[in-house]
Design a binder for this molecule. Structure first.
Ligand SMILES: Cc1cc2nc3c(=O)[nH]c(=O)nc-3n(C[C@H](O)[C@H](O)[C@H](O)COP(=O)(O)OP(=O)(O)OC[C@H]3O[C@@H](n4cnc5c(N)ncnc54)[C@H](O)[C@@H]3O)c2cc1C
Length: 438
């Protein structure tokens, strides 16, 4: 049967985490749902590529527990397999690698900090978990850090760890409440690496969507969504047209503005103008084995550059065979800065030389993503009280979901899952009201 001949209560455009999540909520509420994806597979930026028996996410991907993302996955009965990394990290300062002890006793021996810095860091770590982040929403992360942390080196460490775990390069725009919450999750061991990569999460969500009755169509690109007499009309690249009263667009902010007809007359364009997209350059390599005599640290934070090293294989299953092969992610956080692919690649390779000297001889596969969008926007300080979505007020029946639709400081996939649930709930409520009215 051609799925487009059927009528649907809702069309969801985009088969990444946002679109899949919204579809499941809608279908579980008894609505008929078409999920349409332009690529030949679902997943979007949560795809995992298999190379030489290793599972490569698109750049480093950690799922942060104890937030909206985990809340939604629990509601959908999705269990993740994987592991939390131990606190085995290094810091890089002036091209030298230092162990970054998170244990107060070991910290005493660190060569990175002055004596007063060590005392301050111990006090900071003891205090961090007890901070009530809800009380920090009036501050930017920079204001908070300048006020709370005296030692400049400790400040570097805190900025760097936050940067690596949020991808946000601008502490002056970052809400202190979100940034400190993310530090609490990081220091509290809540980063979680998913076995076999994030594609395994996509597989579970796809299964849940199919079980709930969602019709999924891949290789079905939407080229336009426009107002019509019956609500909205969805035009597909295939030439098919579909009239529907509700559409959730989960394609990323730029694409959403492109496919919604008259987007420039709606809040979509305002949201795009105000957005601070987060970009990154990522070098993911598969090594036959870790070079001998080198560090087994899970993460490396550059204190003087927006660089980050990550070796998830040390805790989670990222390879098909247990043969010693290893996946390493190198990231340069670009924020809103322009990309210089060759320079960035060179810098990432040089950076890896520092932590894993000899890696070049062990390399069996690589993936270089010169300029990838980590998030179309983040819930910045200047957005408080004027969040994006889920409804587009100027266009009845049109809703949005995605990493740029976070409210109240939600970040990365917390914004994705919470935004998708919010959009689905508004549609469900509206449909129930329509049915009650007959
Ligand atoms: C390098 C990198 C590292 C990251 N690390 C982390 C991390 O550590 N922790 C974390 O929480 N998050 C992380 N993220 C963010 C996370 O991957 C994304 O927030 C999430 O995958 C976004 O999901 P989405 O469904 O909103 O968007 P997408 O995954 O972009 O999905 C949008 C989908 O819409 C489809 N589409 C687009 N246009 C059309 C159209 N016209 N018609 C039909 N379909 C269309 C696309 O093909 C795509 O499948 C990272 C992202 C990157 C890139």
């Amino acid at each position: 049967m051609n799925a487009l001949k059927t009528t649907y209560d809702v069309v969801v455009v985009g088969g990444g985490l946002s679109g899949l999540t919204a579809s499941i909520y809608l279908a579980k509420a008894g609505l008929s749902v078409l999920l349409t994806e332009k690529s030949n597979k679902l997943g979007g930026r949560a795809l995992t590529v298999k190379k030489k028996g290793a599972y490569l996410n698109l750049g480093v991907h950690a799922f942060y527990q104890d937030g909206k993302g985990e809340e939604v996955l629990k509601e959908l009965n999705v269990e993740l397999k994987g592991a939390n990394p131990p606190a085995s990290v290094v810091a890089i300062w002036n091209n030298k690698v230092y162990t970054l002890p998170t244990d107060p006793i070991k910290l005493i021996t660190s060569r990175l900090f002055s004596l007063s810095g060590k005392v301050e860091l111990i006090k900071f770590m003891m205090k961090l978990g007890k901070i009530d982040t809800a009380k920090l929403s009036h501050l930017t992360f920079r204001e908070w850090a300048e006020k709370e942390v005296v030692d400049p080196m400790i400040r570097h460490v805190i900025y760097s760890i936050c940067r690596a775990n949020t991808f946000v390069l601008r502490p002056e725009l970052h809400l202190a409440s979100t940034a400190v919450k993310q530090l609490q999750r990081t220091f509290g061991g809540k980063a979680f690496y998913i076995d076999d990569g994030w594609a395994s999460l996509i597989e579970v969500l796809k299964y849940k969507a199919e079980q709930a009755g969602v019709t999924i169509m891949t290789e079905h690109s939407v080229v336009e969504i426009s107002p019509s007499d019956n609500g909205l009309q969805v035009s597909f690249a295939s030439g098919d047209l579909l009239d529907v009263s509700s559409v959730i667009v989960a394609t990323g902010l730029t694409e959403t503005c492109k496919i919604v007809k008259g987007a420039d007359q709606t809040s979509l364009t305002k949201w795009k103008k105000q957005a601070h997209p987060i970009k990154a350059a990522c070098l993911d390599v598969v090594l036959r084995r870790l070079p001998s005599r080198c560090s087994f640290s899970v993460a490396g934070f550059w204190l003087d550059a927006p660089l980050f090293y990550n070796n998830p294989t040390s805790v989670a299953k990222y390879t098909e065979q247990d043969d010693g092969s290893t996946v390493i992610h190198m990231v340069k956080q670009l924020g809103e800065n322009p990309s210089y692919p060759e320079e960035d690649k060179w810098q990432l390779e040089q950076a890896l030389d520092l932590i894993q000297p000899g890696w070049r001889e062990e390399e069996i596969a690589r993936q270089f993503l010169p300029y990838i969008t980590v998030a179309s926007d983040f819930c910045s300080f200047n957005k408080v009280g004027s969040y994006s979505g889920p409804d587009v007020p100027e266009m009845t029946g049109l809703y949005v979901a995605g990493d740029w639709t976070g409210h109240e400081g939600e970040l990365l996939v917390d914004a994705v899952f919470a935004g998708a649930k919010r959009a689905a709930q508004v549609v469900i409520k509206q449909k129930r009201e329509e049915r009650r009215k007959g």
